[in-house]
Design a protein around this ligand. Structure first.
Ligand code: PLP
Length: 397
C-alpha cells in the first residue's frame, strides 16, 4: 500500500492514505504448517513427541543448558522452577516490580512472598545495587527479568546469590536469541524460563521452556511436568510401569504447538536479523526527536547482544504518553504501554511487599514507557508511516 506525505502548512504534514499497523502480528517463517500437518500424519499430537524433542535439543544446543524441557508457557516454567526449589509459605523472592504478573504469581502460588525491587532507569532491568536492601533471613531466591531481551547484570546477581545461598530463576520470557557476555540468557542462573507466546520473537501461540542449568533438578522437573508421574523414565524404559511419584501438574505442550515452534526456531537467526533492521530504523529516524528532548530512545549495553524483542521509548510524562497513544491510534497505529508496577496492583499489595528502597525508577518508567510496533515482516513503508506520525504529533505541540 502506498501512502503520501506532503508539507501542508508550516510544521504540518498531511497523511493522505492511512495504513493500519498493529502493535504485533503473528507470522509464518517457513515450514510451520507443513510440520503441524506432519505431526498429525505421524499420529501423535499430544505431548512429548518428535517435535517436542526437536525443540528441546535445538534449545539445548543454542543455550548450552544442562537440560531443556518444553512447557505450555513461560508461566508454567516459572511455576515449575518455584516448585523445584521447594518454595514454601514465608519464603521471600526478590524480583522487579516492573514485570509481567507471571513472575510474581509463580511465587505467590507457593504461599511465598514477592519482594519488589527497583529497576535500572536505562535498561529497565532489576537494579542489582538494590539487592541487599531487599535481603532478609527469609530470602530464598532472586528472579531477574531480562527486559526486552537485554540481560540483567547476571555476574553481580549470581555472586550475590552465591554469597547469600539463594537460587536464581531467570525470567527470560523475552530473551530467546539474546546473549550476555557471549552466554545465552536463561542459561546463566539455576533456571531460565522462555516464552513462545504470540507476542514473542519466536512463537507458537502459547508455549514456553524451562532451562535447568543445575542438573540436580532434572529428574524432579520431568516428574513435575508429567502430572507427578515418572512417565518420562518409563518411556526411556528405565522403569517397568509409570505411576504417581510426587507432586506435579500438566505442563507439557502439545505436539501441534511444538511442530509450529520448531519451524520458527529453525529461522531464529533470520528473525533476529529482521527485527534488528526494524529497531535500527526507529533508532536512526527517531533520533532527531530525542535530540530535541522530546523522547528517550532505548539503551543497549555493549556486553549485551540483544534480540530486538521490543522497541520501547520513554515519553516525557504520562499525560504526553496518553495523548501520543491516542494520536497514533487515530492514525491506525497500535502503540502500547506496560507494566503497571506490581507493587501498586491489588494482588501485589495483598501478597507482596517492597524492599527497603523507593521504587522511583519503576514508577517513572511505568508512566512514560511506550512500545512501538515491531514484528517479523514490518516494512520500511510501515515504519516510515509510524515515524511520520510521531514527527507530526510532536510538531503540533
Ligand atoms: C517478563 C515476562 N514474564 C513472563 C511472561 C509470561 O509468559 P507466557 O505468556 O508464555 O506465560 C511474559 C509474557 O509476556 C513476560 O513478558
Amino acid at each position: 500500500m502506498i501512502y503520501v506525505t506532503q508539507t501542508f502548512r508550516q510544521n504540518e504534514v498531511l497523511i493522505m492514505n492511512k495504513l493500519t499497523i498493529p502493535f504485533n502480528k503473528p507470522f509464518i517463517s517457513g515450514k510451520e504448517l507443513y510440520y503441524v500437518a506432519n505431526s498429525v500424519m505421524k499420529g501423535q499430537i499430544s505431548g512429548n513427541g518428535y517435535y517436542t524433542k526437536k525443540c528441546e535439543s535445538f534449545l539445548q544446543n543454542l543455550t548450552h543448558s544442562s537440560k531443556v524441557l518444553m512447557t505450555n508457557s513461560c508461566t508454567a516454567a516459572l511455576e515449575m522452577a518455584c516448585i523445584l526449589i521447594d518454595l514454601k509459605p514465608g519464603d521471600e523472592v526478590i524480583m522487579p516490580s516492573f514485570t509481567f504478573v507471571s513472575t510474581a504469581n509463580a511465587v505467590v502460588l507457593r504461599g511465598a512472598v514477592p519482594v519488589f525491587c527497583d529497576i535500572n532507569p536505562e535498561t529497565f532491568n532489576l537494579d542489582e545495587t538494590q539487592l541487599s536492601a531487599c535481603l532478609t533471613d527469609n530470602t530464598k531466591a532472586i528472579i531477574p527479568v531480562h527486559y526486552a531481551g537485554q540481560s540483567c547484570e547476571m555476574k553481580v546477581i549470581n555472586d550475590f546469590a552465591k554469597e547469600n545461598n539463594l537460587y536464581v530463576i531467570e525470567d527470560a520470557a523475552q530473551s530467546v536469541g539474546a546473549y550476555y557476555y557471549g552466554q545465552h540468557s536463561g542459561a546463566l542462573g539455576d533456571f531460565g524460563c522462555f516464552s513462545f507466546h504470540e507476542t514473542k520473537n519466536i512463537m507458537c501461540g502459547e508455549g514456553g521452556a524451562l532451562l535447568i542449568n543445575n542438573p540436580k533438578f532434572i529428574e524432579q522437573a520431568e516428574i513435575i511436568r508429567e502430572k507427578g508421574t515418572n512417565r518420562e523414565a518409563f518411556f526411556r524404559r528405565e522403569v517397568e510401569l509409570y505411576t504417581w511419584v510426587n507432586h506435579g501438574s500438566s505442563y507439557l505442550p502439545s505436539e501441534l504447538q511444538m511442530a509450529f515452534l520448531y519451524a520458527q526456531l529453525e529461522n531464529l537467526k533470520s528473525v533476529v536479523k529482521k527485527r534488528r533492521k526494524a529497531v535500527e530504523y526507529y533508532l536512526l529516524h527517531l533520533k532527531p526527536l530525542e535530540d530535541r528532548g522530546l523522547i528517550h530512545l532505548p539503551t543497549f549495553l555493549p556486553h549485551n547482544e540483544v534480540n530486538f524483542h521490543l522497541f520501547a521509548i520513554l515519553c516525557r510524562d504520562v499525560q504526553e504518553r496518553t495523548k501520543l497513544i491516542e494520536y497514533l491510534k487515530k492514525q491506525g497505529i497500535g502503540a502500547v504501554f506496560h507494566y503497571i508496577p506490581l507493587h501498586s496492583s491489588p494482588a501485589g499489595k495483598q501478597f507482596g511487599r517492597t524492599g527497603k528502597t523507593e521504587l522511583t525508577n519503576t514508577e517513572h518508567v511505568s508512566e512514560c514507557l511506550l512500545r512501538l510496533p515491531v514484528y517479523f515482516d514490518i516494512t520500511i513503508e510501515e515504519q516510515s508511516y509510524v515515524v511520520n506520525a510521531m514527527n507530526n504529533f510532536f510538531s503540533k505541540l
